[in-house]
Design a protein around this ligand. Structure first.
Ligand code: KG4
Ligand code: ZN
Length: 331
């Protein structure tokens, strides 16, 4: 059983071909990062146009590298949300067209479930599990009782953690995406500046707008007063406050729910300080390798394999091409 999977919810056009044993035949990703580094962030309209421009090339390369033909593909899988409306539509319409021409059924995949399913690519996942999902669009703690029973026990009330990294990096002139740049710069810095702890309370929710404004105001006031700032120390200090709250709330959730099976997924899970701290607190914490942290099509496949294995009936997944984007779009 071979599945061609597509991810286009934000600034990556990614196609993978994967089988039910998680064997990956090809995995091709075209990232729009270079384009958006000019602007310091993603411009949704431009992102859709770039997906539209590149999607066919990514598809051709994925087919060629897999040494398979489209006639070898049994299922198609595509991200239907959450994500940028135009970017999602490009991917969905491309998959619908393939489905229509080659009569291949489509599996619709939720992007956040796919991030959690990325664990299947490299780990044996056991339940119950607490998963910290941290990306450019989301910050949530998900209690997973089984692969189908997910409960969000806390999430950000405003900015997402990755979004905050990107915005703080912009004010420090570090470029886009800011997460990896702050991560790198922090390695040569010390936690010397004091910022607010983002929503340091008893709930499992997060808030990053206060920390973001705190850093912005501090940097702007220092500039006005001609005070020299040590960027490495600033990066390390911001990173400390942004990450420690995640670790603290995961510890609390683990204790309260009695779950020691912990995972971290999504783009921010690539952060070296977050990995270090989580391993200190939970020695068996699961992360995926870097290529599966940020948006990628293999994780869409991982979720699709799960849906196929658990489909109540073939009709449930067969030709689900009347995909509603509206209900799934958030950003
Ligand atoms: O999962 P992802 O590729 O896209 C979304 O679903 O949003 O996550 C992208 C986010 C960006 O905000 C990026 O800055 C952040 O992940 N990120 C990092 C690191 N690598 C990527 N944040 C902190 N440290 C990193 N090393
Ligand atoms: Zn993502």
């Amino acid at each position: 059983m071979k599945i061609l999977c597509l991810e286009s919810s934000c600034d990556e056009t990614s196609i993978a071909i994967i089988d039910e044993n998680y064997k990956i035949y090809s995995h091709v990703t075209n990232t729009q990062i270079e384009e958006f580094s000019k602007y310091g962030g993603v411009i949704p309209e431009l992102s859709s146009r770039l997906h539209e421009k590149n999607i066919y090339y990514v598809y051709n390369q994925a087919i060629n590298e897999s040494k398979l033909k489209i006639s070898d593909i049994d299922y198609l899988a595509v991200t239907v949300g959450p994500g940028l409306v135009g970017s999602l539509l490009c991917g969905i319409n491309f998959i619908k067209t393939l489905s229509f021409i080659y009569k291949i059924p489509v599996i619709e995949v939720n992007h956040m479930q796919a991030h959690i399913s990325s664990l299947y690519l490299e780990h044996e996942v056991k339940y119950p599990m607490l998963s910290l999902v941290v990306s450019g669009g989301h910050t949530m703690i998900v209690k997973c009782d089984s692969p189908t029973e997910y409960k969000i026990i806390g999430q950000t009330l405003d900015d997402a953690c990755g979004e905050c990294f990107d915005k703080v990096a912009r004010v420090l002139d570090l470029g886009y995406p800011g997460g990896p740049k702050i991560d790198e710069l922090s390695k040569s810095g010390k936690v010397t500046y004091e910022f607010v702890h983002a929503k340091d309370d008893n709930s499992y929710d997060f808030s990053y707008s206060g920390l973001k404004s705190n850093v912005f105001n501090f940097v702007n006031q220092s500039k006005m007063k001609n005070i020299d700032l040590n960027k490495s120390d600033l990066a390390a200090s911001f990173q400390f406050y942004a990450i420690e709250i995640l670790v603290k709330k995961m510890k609390k959730a683990s204790f309260e729910y009695g779950i020691n099976n912990i995972s971290v997924v999504g783009g921010v899970s690539a952060n070296s300080y977050l990995q270090k701290r989580m391993y200190e607190e939970f020695s068996k914490c699961m992360f995926v390798s870097h290529q599966y942290c940020t948006d990628n099509a293999a994780m869409i496949g991982a979720r699709a394999i799960f849906d196929l294995n658990n489909a109540v009936s073939f009709e449930k997944i067969n030709l689900k091409v009347n995909l509603s984007v509206e209900k799934n779009c958030q950003d």
